[in-house]
Design a protein. Structure first.
Length: 447
């Protein structure tokens, strides 16, 4: 005779998932939660000691592998797996139920109780949603290369602006392209490419607020080319001061994206990391992501970066309604000696990887020092990877002109002697006085 109360062990590994499922499972008279595991090896210890009768395991649990799932499928034990896509072929061989990670607590409890010995096992087909979520209608997705691409990222500095800038310059080599910096939290595009920060989205917002019919003249006045790269790419810088971002709200962001999409083949949006909350910056970021045709999520390749990327994917899915399987990851600063491979990241994160940008400290620092995109430097490994990403979006080869013509040889640089007093090695490759003049400071050579 089966016990009236099954001992249940949870291995969810996600705080939001635990807060959604555990309270409801605890109120079920047929279940008794005895453990909450943070890693897969803890589940094995419980199974070996027969300290639990049933396990609910999320596919995102730390250190979870197919081999561990095989060990948990023991006679007399119930295993319920929560996966991103239960219809994948890899889950067909599982004896226990496989549910979608969005399943409610009632469905999970029914799967546990229905899998008890002597009862008819449940199908691994996910339960139908009461109200199907429509992400993007088919006519919204461009049939030819082009569209609105949002470049986003989790907390920290995964390299959103770097990817957005290089992608825009590469795509601009073949078709008109515009890069709109809608990062209202920490804009840095003007410093990246030596652009004029006084021409920005806040000034544009002021012009079109006074005259909504002045979009053409406002865009002409605020857009500026990307240096001398030879690309047909224009940029719109973000707010130069934090207090100015209050001028930009979701209605302006949506209208700006629509206006740019009517004028340019490619529209690249640099979106900030703040998505939560009711403040104007977070609401504007969410509006930009919801307006995009494609979303590229930039993530650092280390463990902390992937942790932030998984959190960002959950926020995209639950806050904005974007399926994580339609979001493409860009693994930045990847070192194969220490970081997981593309396929391992795809399996654990649950989203496809569009590009792996190698760790290229020299190439990236050279590009930042010279204030130009890395894609115009053929010797940059990171630049070549970003160019390949742009060619995949363009569905063809791209010819990006080299910056300043042919690069000098290393020995030619030794023949150049700077005029005036010597400067420190720290500021040898950047004109600090020119940078200060951009923000209105007096040029000084007191270094």
């Amino acid at each position: 005779m089966q016990s009236a109360s099954l001992r249940l062990a949870l291995g969810l590994g996600d705080q939001e998932l635990e807060q959604r499922l555990r309270p409801a499972l605890e109120t079920d008279d047929d279940l008794s939660i005895v453990a909450q595991c943070l890693a897969a090896d803890q589940l094995l210890e419980l199974a070996a000691a027969r300290a639990a009768d049933a396990f609910v395991v999320a596919w995102t649990l730390h250190r979870l592998t197919d081999a561990i799932l095989d060990q948990l499928e023991q006679p007399g034990l119930i295993l319920v797996v929560l996966a991103a896509d239960p219809t994948e072929a890899r889950w067909e061989r599982r004896a226990g139920p496989v549910l979608t990670v969005d399943a409610d607590a009632a469905s999970v409890a029914q799967a546990i109780l229905g899998a008890r010995p002597g009862l008819r096992p449940l199908s691994n087909r996910p339960p139908p949603r009461p109200e199907p979520v429509v992400l993007k209608s088919a006519d919204q997705v461009p049939t030819t290369p082009g569209g609105v691409i949002a470049v986003a990222g989790g907390a920290g500095s995964p390299g959103r602006t770097t990817v957005a800038l290089n992608l825009a310059v590469a795509l601009g080599a073949a078709a008109p392209c515009v890069l709109a910096e809608l990062d209202l939290s920490a804009p840095a595009l003007a410093a990246y490419i030596d652009a004029d920060p006084s021409r920005n989205v806040c000034t544009l917002a002021h012009v079109v607020r006074d005259d909504p019919r002045a979009w053409d003249s406002a865009l002409v006045g605020e857009l500026q080319p990307v240096g001398s790269s030879g690309s047909h790419t224009l940029v719109l810088c973000g707010p130069p001061k934090r207090e100015m971002r209050a001028r930009v709200g979701p209605p302006l962001v949506e209208r700006l994206i629509d206006e740019l999409a009517q004028r340019y083949r490619w529209v690249i949006i640099d979106v900030g990391a703040e998505w939560l909350g009711a403040d104007g910056a977070a609401a504007s970021h969410r509006a930009a992501l919801a307006r995009a045709h494609h979303v590229l999520l930039v993530s650092a390749a280390d463990f902390v970066g992937l942790w932030h990327a998984r959190t960002a994917l959950d926020q995209l899915e639950h806050l904005i309604g974007i399926d994580r399987r339609t979001v493409h990851l860009v693994l930045n600063r990847h070192d194969p000696r220490f970081h997981n491979s593309r396929h391992e990241v795809e399996w654990h994160i649950g989203a496809p990887v569009a590009a792996v940008v190698p760790l290229d400290h020299t190439g990236q620092q050279r590009a930042m020092a010279e204030q130009r995109p890395a894609v115009v430097d053929r010797s940059s490994r990171a630049g070549r990877a970003l160019l390949a990403l742009a060619e995949g979006l363009h569905e063809g080869k791209l010819s990006v002109p080299l910056a300043g013509g042919v690069r000098r040889r290393w020995w030619q640089s030794l023949l150049r002697r700077p005029s005036g007093p010597p400067v420190s090695r720290r500021f040898a490759r950047t004109d600090v006085g020119h940078l200060n003049s951009k923000v209105g400071a007096t040029r000084s050579r007191a270094w």
